[in-house]
Ligand binder design. Structure first.
Ligand SMILES: Cc1cc2nc3c(=O)[nH]c(=O)nc-3n(C[C@H](O)[C@H](O)[C@H](O)COP(=O)(O)O)c2cc1C
Length: 374
């Protein structure tokens, strides 16, 4: 191995006690390929197994915690005990190859496609539609809805434990329900769940507390709990970077194992203030210091890119598209074969790369998302 890359292969122990064998994780990526009943498909299992041999942990595609939170066609579920065997197959498939398995738990809120929901109606903090063409106006959640969904995040955590997962990642990013409660755009409530910044934090922290309650009740083994968030929203009103620092400070009061900053580009600056070009991830790392480990992500293609990102002090790195294009990214670096890491894919590569058809179709038909050559 090139000695410059040794840092990527240092083990890392979380405060919960779980040790990762190296610093590179697989980022959560939805694959649209689960069965209609919410169970994981064989094609998905093969896709994860192909990628779980080198990384220290796989964060799964997001999984819905209630049926009214399903966010994608072909998304899998953790909303019912009948799905525990499916979750067990997924956890086992990942762990068999040597990676820790982390289930990303999620509710889509107003971003769910209505045709994926039992009654065709989205729900959210307030009845405010997302700023995108043809967005449905969500139904404002009642107090009962709020309690039900918070409880569901806890129940999904219990199912993850029973299925043998090593942890859960709370999906508080990418404009979905947890973020919608934190956002002044989607949350216009005047009760305890909205209004001031402090009150907009109440739903995210209630979810965190419910998850920890279930971890405590259902396992004595070390179990990872991480939280993913997006640093800003472009809308007005919308989440500012100052809001996010307040979120980070609040999250730091819980025994979370990591914070995962969801961005497309690790080095990207503010989306609200174009003059502020400092990396959001680095700013968060500087702010939080060693209180909670940060996972950085976003367009880090080569091992040199990852080393440079880690030199900022960020201890852990997740790779997303890179691992779809090159399932053996980590193994190749470890074996000194980094020159053979693929950085583009061709339309003929589906079988070779072991990618389920619905995800493959999305990859090759969405311009600019992946570097596709003919
Ligand atoms: C196909 C695909 C599906 C994704 N699905 C999710 C998801 O389910 N949950 C999530 O938090 N982020 C999701 N993301 C975002 C990635 O986790 C990651 O933050 C993003 O791709 C940037 O990292 P990269 O440049 O290494 O791909 C997805 C990205 C891709 C490419």
């Amino acid at each position: 191995m090139n000695p410059n890359y040794k840092k990527l292969f240092e083990p890392f122990t979380f405060r919960s006690g779980v040790t990762l064998k190296n610093r590179v994780l697989m980022a959560p990526m939805t694959n649209f390929s689960s069965n209609e009943d919410g169970s994981v498909s064989d094609a998905e299992l093969a896709y994860y197994q192909e990628r779980a041999g080198g990384v220290s942990a796989v964060v799964t595609a997001c999984v819905y915690v209630t049926k009214d939170g399903k966010g994608f066609p072909g998304e899998f579920g953790a909303d019912d005990d009948s799905l525990i065997p499916s979750l067990t197959r997924l956890a086992s498939a990942i762990k068999e190859k040597g990676a820790k398995a982390i289930l990303q738990i999620f509710h889509g809120g107003r971003m769910s496609p209505p045709d994926q929901l039992p009654d065709g109606q989205t729900i959210s903090a307030s009845a405010v539609a997302a700023e995108r063409p043809d967005a449905q106006v969500p139904r404002e959640m009642t107090e009962d809805d709020i309690t039900r969904v918070i409880t569901a995040f806890g129940d999904a955590t219990r199912r993850a434990i029973e299925a043998g997962f090593d942890g859960v990642e709370i999906h508080g990013a990418n404009t979905y329900l947890i973020q919608q409660f934190f956002s002044p755009h989607s949350n216009r409530r005047t009760d305890k769940w909205g209004g001031t910044l402090e009150k907009r934090l109440n739903f995210p922290t209630a979810v965190v507390e419910e998850v920890f309650k279930n971890v405590k009740a259902h396992t004595t083994e070390p179990f990872i709990v991480g939280y993913r968030f997006s640093p800003e929203e472009g809308e007005n009103p919308g989440i500012t970077f100052e809001d996010t620092l307040a979120l980070v400070d609040k999250l730091a009061t819980y025994p979370l194992d990591y914070l995962h900053v969801s961005v497309q580009n690790f080095w990207g600056g503010s989306i609200r203030d174009k003059d502020d070009t400092t990396s959001r991830v680095v700013r968060i790392q500087e702010h939080i210091g060693d209180q909670i480990p940060v996972i950085g992500v976003g367009s880090l293609h080569t091992p040199d890119d990852v080393v440079k990102a880690m030199q900022t002090g960020v201890p852990l790195i997740a790779l997303g598209r890179e691992l779809i294009i090159e399932p053996k990214w980590v193994e190749k670096v470890q074996e000194g074969k980094e020159d053979t890491i693929a950085t583009t894919l061709s339309k003929q590569d589906q079988e070779k790369l072991v990618v389920p058809t619905p995800l493959w179709q999305a990859i090759i038909n969405t311009p600019g998302w992946f570097p596709v050559k003919d």
